[in-house]
Design a protein around this ligand. Structure first.
Ligand code: NDP
Length: 490
């Protein structure tokens, strides 16, 4: 039995207007620790009244927040960052229980990337400005204004990170937010809300409501919501954009991918294998930007596969709370079944299971899937075209640079891409041709807050992180100022 009482749990389902709010009368759902199936917490779905309350609180608070000096807004966000950093251990444990991701990941990545976003956007809040445009006798200037109430919806793979990647830029720009986490991982967004209040955020500026997709759908189509931001699948992205189009709300969509990782014959093979492993097995492969189509040059393919197998077989799967554990379970029964289905599909399609595919002796009932790799994969196979979102690497081979670029670009998603080569000119030449929002040369899956993150094609619209995010949480007002007389011919 796991003792969840040692964790700093949120005390109710929702967080509205600076307080925890419970809706004991609405549908209940459980937050489950994927490693053991134990219930961490029971929460309730937000009904329409609760959602309306959250949006109304956000609307009222936004007017005051937008008038708060930007330097003060930034200070509050940075204070929240400091609190998250101080509580990294407790928040990482809570995130591990909620997601099943190993503590050796959450301790270094999840609350960390959350507080870095708050620190970064807190730091630049006071530098968000318009510009002066000289028109000779007159002039104009632009005001970079907040959009209003943001309705944001998150996926389950990086819950605290997603909450802060959305809240930090939105709040820095003077917006307010109602955030709906995935019902699979509802806990840490509530802690973010609680911490923001502790840091001095005015009540109502950041609110959290719980629920399934239907609550997300109500939120994004709510008439008082001015801007929508989703992290989720391509299918959900299309539905959200359709709903937002009713009132032409601005959208930021961070969606899925099936990204290519290209390993040329001159690559440092150990580094390339590290990149491929991190880009397929980190967080049990539940990462949107994963390089799941690994194109390896024919001349090094055998060496690559045998060394990869050796390293993958040394990975430790097990208790996520053990610092030695490299990989935990998948997040849910549904996700685990989906991944195991894809492994069967790959075998049926004629790909060779190079290693993995099993449950690491944990049993079919567990949510563990071993690090897995298929070889002899062809571009037309479903495992090479569809996002699996689990620890399943597809290895394809190639001979020519132009050929691999065309194959890498063949899908209608384009979140990320990677290239391993020691040839500096080839590295830059190839990434210039790749249709992806983020490319890495000689590494994979790094997402520092200073760098824009987002997709092209069906992987999304807009960018998170960096100064680019400011563009998506502000709107420009142009102000023309006449310094002379009105020139009127009649
Ligand atoms: P989903 O698209 O299933 O869900 C995302 C969120 O949207 C959930 O909170 C979900 O609620 C909610 N939702 C579902 N239907 C609607 C709707 N019609 N309107 C509004 N909200 C809705 O994705 P997953 O949670 O399964 O996450 C995995 C996906 O997210 C993968 O495709 C992955 O690639 C992508 N992702 C993208 C990232 C990026 O930055 N590009 C980062 C992380 C993940 P509920 O959970 O109740 O269904």
């Amino acid at each position: 039995m796991t003792d969840f009482t040692q964790t700093t749990q949120p005390t109710a389902s929702h967080y509205i207007n600076g307080k925890y709010v419970e809706t004991a009368h609405t549908e209940a759902f459980e937050s489950i620790y994927p490693a053991t199936g134990e219930v961490i917490a029971t929460l309730h779905v937000a009904d329409q009244t609760t959602l309306d309350q959250a949006v109304a609180a956000a609307k009222a608070a936004q007017k005051v927040w937008a008038k708060t000096p930007a330097v003060e807004r930034g200070r509050i966000l940075r204070r929240a960052a400091d609190i998250i950093r101080e509580r990294n251990q407790a928040l990482s444990e809570l995130e591990t229980y909620d997601t099943g991701k190993p503590i050796q990941e959450t301790l270094y990545v999840d609350p960390t990337s959350a507080y870095e976003a708050l620190e970064y956007f807190g730091g630049i809040a006071a530098s968000i400005t318009g510009e002066h445009i000289d028109l000779g006798d007159s002039f104009a200037y632009t005001r970079r204004e907040p959009i209003g109430v943001c309705g944001a919806v998150g996926a389950w793979n990086y819950p605290i990170q997603i909450a802060c990647w959305k809240a930090a830029p939105a709040l820095a720009c003077g917006n307010s937010m109602v955030f709906k986490p995935s019902e699979l991982t509802p806990l840490t967004a509530l802690k973010v809300a609680e911490i923001l209040t502790e840091a001095g955020l005015p009540d109502g500026v950041f609110n959290v409501v719980q629920g399934f997709g239907a609550v997300g759908a109500e939120l994004v189509s709510h008439p008082q919501v001015d801007k929508v931001s989703l992290t989720g699948s391509v299918a959900t992205g299309k539905r959200v954009m359709q709903a937002a189009s009713e009132s032409l709300k601005a959208v930021t969509l961070e969606l899925g991918g099936k990204s290519p990782l290209i390993i040329f014959e001159d690559a440092d093979i150990e580094n390339a294998i590290s990149g491929a492993m991190l880009g397929n097995y980190y967080s049990s492969g539940q990462v949107c930007s994963n390089g799941t189509r690994v194109f390896v040059h024919k001349s090094i393919k055998q060496a690559f596969i045998s060394r990869l197998k050796e390293r993958a077989e040394n990975m430790i799967l097990g208790d996520p709370m053990d610092m030695e554990t490299h990989m935990g379970p998948l997040v849910s029964r549904t996700q685990c079944d989906k991944v195991r289905d894809y492994i069967r599909i790959g075998q049926r399609e004629g790909a060779t299971l190079a290693f993995g595919g099993g449950d690491y002796g944990k049993g079919e009932q567990s949510l563990y899937v071993e690090p897995t790799a298929f070889t002899d994969v062809t571009d037309d196979m479903r495992i090479a075209r569809e996002e699996i979102f689990g620890p399943v690497m597809c290895i394809l081979d190639f001979e020519e640079e132009a050929e691999v670029i065309a194959r890498a670009n063949a899908l209608d998603v384009g979140l990320s891409a990677g290239v391993f080569t020691k040839d500096i000119q080839r590295g830059h030449r190839v990434v210039a041709e790749l249709q992806a929002g983020t490319c890495w040369i000689n590494n994979y899956n790094l997402a520092p807050v200073e760098v824009p993150f987002g997709g092209v094609k069906q992987s999304g619209i807009g960018r998170e992180n960096s100064k680019a995010a400011i563009e998506h949480y502000t709107q420009l007002k142009s102000v023309y100022v006449e310094m002379g007389d009105v020139d009127c011919g009649y």
